[in-house]
Design a binder for this molecule. Sequence first.
Ligand code: NAP
Length: 536
Amino acid sequence: MSDAANTELDALVIGAGFAGLYQLLCLRDRLGLSVKVLEAGGGVGGTWYWNRYPGARCDSESHVYWYTFSEELMREWEWSERYPGQAEIMRYLNFVADKFDLKRDIQFNSRVTSAQYHEATNRWQVRTEDGQTFIAKFLVTAVGCLSTANVPAIPGLQNFKGDWYHTGQWPHEGVDFTGKRVGMIGTGSTGIQAAPVIAARAAHLTVFQRTANYSVPARNVPLTAEFKKYVKQHAGDIRATTHQTYNGMGFKVDDRKAVETPPEERETIYEAAWERGGLQFRASFQDMLVSKEANDTAADFIKRKIRSIVRDPKTAAILSDIDHPYAAKRPPIDTDYFETYNRPNVSLVDVRATPIERFSAAGICTSEAEYPVDIIVFATGFDAMTGPLLRMNIRGRGSVALKDVWEAGPRNYLGLQIAGFPNLFTITGPGSPSVLCNMPVAIEQHADWITDCIKFIRAKGLERIEARPEAVDRWVEEVNDVANKTLLPLATHSWYLGANIPGKPRVFMPYAGGMIRYREICQTVAAQDYEGFALS
Ligand code: NAP
């Protein structure tokens, strides 16, 4: 610990997105701790700082995609559209950071490269890429679930003469597609948002699709003055609703069952949901994610929609040849995605049938043909959930590496703490509802719980909290049990299972029991003096 820049803190937070900003506010302003945030980016924003790709927009509706800890803040801020776009979310997070004077305790351009727990001192020693060292009693990771970009290891990229970009590391100055031939790989939420915007500017867009995907229209619109007024007047009610819904959204899943609804009525319900747009489509019936028979009715409806929108039958067939249940992978919502394939400057390549084998100097080579392009866009996703934690080289008691403890998949208690890693908290870690929930709702619950926990530890004159191994075993079982009651594990190639990263263990990572149940469990654990944790 000899570095000149040694700084001793009560708590160190890694990441200045939604989670890190709120955690800083809680620990600094509510508990009066000395806190610093280390952030790899040059500003606040987390996922929204990096994901500046064309069309980047949130799929939660704006009136629930924000902090709710302050009704004053909810009344002060006004969203302009039904779904907030990337630039507006960045303005919001900067507004929050400035309003609560958070930036003075954030060190930007500081990527954490290691975090080591020292048993003798009960302190975490954290190092950054530029060689600085920080010492803290409590360490909180607020690194997001989707922040480690996945550029597939397809040979030959170094030979490609054009430019290439990953959507999750998009240049701040933007990319000019005018007159360019663009090849975009990936048709997840990102590719589905980016394709229409790129196609509108590029000379030609070729989309390389491996797994066909569902998408429902977002139906984004500017918010009316009336709706904005309603949101201001009902800030408290909106907050309450997000605490009463399964996934922290502003809408409830309908009580009716698809399998018990007559086909004509079901069709009318799906049609109305399609017209209304958004993630609410999956709330049309309560059995959609637990019964394959029910899910098939939604899947069939969307596949028919795709075939009715896309005029070229061959393209329509490739797009609608979807092999997993609807919403078993994260369901995208879009603006004119399938319509984009009707443009004369857009074509689709089925890389399940003809895989990408390599990149050449001129472009992308499949098993069948070479596609010359000027720009390659990788909309190929992330090493999700565990990736951002494992790349920080975290070592706990006895210098044991997190990557060894999680060799067969993530194991923790409540998604919040890992046995053998005292005083380390992970916000929206694997084993928490995180990506299955409206993120700010999950984040506020975690940060509040961590804050209360640290307050408790200090009030009792304690120094250390650590998940007990038997509590971890129980929690891993719970995470598996609740996932297995749903259709989610049936999408065997999904990033929820780590299946998008070669060699990654196949474990269903998020907690699928719903935010209400999760919140109750966390509250009970806290009320029972942190049952399942060792305190000393
Ligand atoms: P993703 O869902 O993991 O999609 C990646 C795409 O790249 C998939 O189509 C995948 O095909 C393809 N791919 C990956 N490696 C490939 C390879 N070697 N060859 C060919 N294709 C390859 O990633 P994402 O679209 O960035 O989305 C990730 C998550 O971020 C979303 O699920 C969502 O949670 C979040 N997100 C949200 C929004 C929003 O709020 N609106 C927007 C964007 C992202 P396979 O399916 O065959 O693996």
